[in-house]
Write a protein that binds this ligand. Structure first.
Ligand SMILES: [Mg+2]
Length: 307
């Protein structure tokens, strides 16, 4: 294993740069990778990687999987506050078991230290702040260090503006600021959105994105979970044909990773979207919820252990 040199230009890898100032709409309709999806209006989820496990296993083509896992909504149920979204012990046990069978990395919007503490399995690779902050055995890389002062300024402005709004939670991460609105009363939500937008407009070096009941401000760099996964594969020596990267995630930020794997071409990787309702996705498989994701990983561990 070797660390990715932090001085390497961000633009040198093959994947196309994501659009700036992009706020996920949930439809993904403009994305060329999604245009081949059925447009009938009755979206159907991709096949279940658990119910059709044998077909899923065949799609590995005899290669060793490398697992890239989102945390919230993928292995831990979404909770009213981020610190309450604990991963069940059974899921932790299966992750630990898998880590002895194949490479395992977590890729999350959470702050790196927070993510590491929530997963609490030693020896894994962790990518926090949507992949801006990477750490693992023999690996350390931070993307966007120059943007910390911009985030500091935005953080102060957000706290000034949202101090009086009940339920609005401003969560500072090293390379992002999340504004959680799950606990904000419905009538107040538009004013929170407006405040976040105003702060974002005043910080042109940051970009605003959206998620499940949250807004986020991040460095306006061509970097996302997809770029982070490709960088990790290179850093961990997983780019060869003996490895099949598999990415599990549940929201729009994970679509960047599904698309990055799709862009590697036929057999370049497998996306699995965790979704209770059918949604437009670049993933080829689905799972219903975190409980089913843990069951799938358990099945995968059994299958790998059999050789
Ligand atoms: Mg998630």
């Amino acid at each position: 294993m070797q660390a990715v040199p932090s001085s390497r230009p961000l633009h040198s890898r093959g994947a196309p740069a994501p659009a700036s100032h992009r706020v996920p709409t949930g439809s993904g309709a403009e994305d060329p990778a999604l245009t081949s999806l059925p447009q009938s209006g009755s979206l159907s989820a991709p096949p279940s990687a658990l119910a059709e496990f044998d077909a899923f296993a065949a799609s590995l083509r005899g290669r060793t999987p490398a697992l890239f896992l989102d945390y919230d909504g993928t292995l831990a149920d979404i909770a009213p506050r981020p610190e309450l979204a604990a991963m069940p012990d059974e899921a932790r046990a299966v992750v630990r078991r898998l880590s002895a069978l194949c490479p395992v990395a977590f890729v999350s919007g959470r702050d790196l230290d927070d993510l590491t503490a929530m997963v609490a399995v030693d020896g894994l690779v962790y990518a926090g702040s949507h992949g801006f902050d990477l750490r693992g055995p023999d690996l350390r890389r931070q993307v966007g260090v120059d943007y910390v002062p911009d985030l500091d300024a935005a953080d102060r402005r957000l706290r000034d503006r949202l101090d009086g709004v009940a339920g609005a939670l401003v969560e500072r991460k090293r390379f992002a600021i999340a504004i959680h609105t799950r606990q904000v009363a419905q009538p107040e939500k538009p004013s929170v959105a407006e405040a976040v937008r105003a702060v974002a407009d005043a910080q042109p070096r940051l970009r605003m994105t959206g998620g499940k009941e949250l807004f986020e401000l991040r460095p306006n760099l061509p970097w996302d979970k997809g770029r982070a996964v490709l960088a990790l594969m290179e850093a961990l020596g997983l780019e060869g044909s003996g490895t099949m990267p598999i990415y599990l995630g549940d929201d729009e930020t994970d679509e960047d990773a599904f698309r990055a794997l799709t862009a590697r071409g036929e057999g370049g990787g497998i996306g699995i979207r965790v979704m209770e309702e059918p949604a437009a996705t670049a993933a080829t498989w689905s799972l219903r919820d975190p409980a089913e994701a843990a069951a799938f990983l358990g099945r995968l561990a059994d299958w790998l252990a059999q050789g």
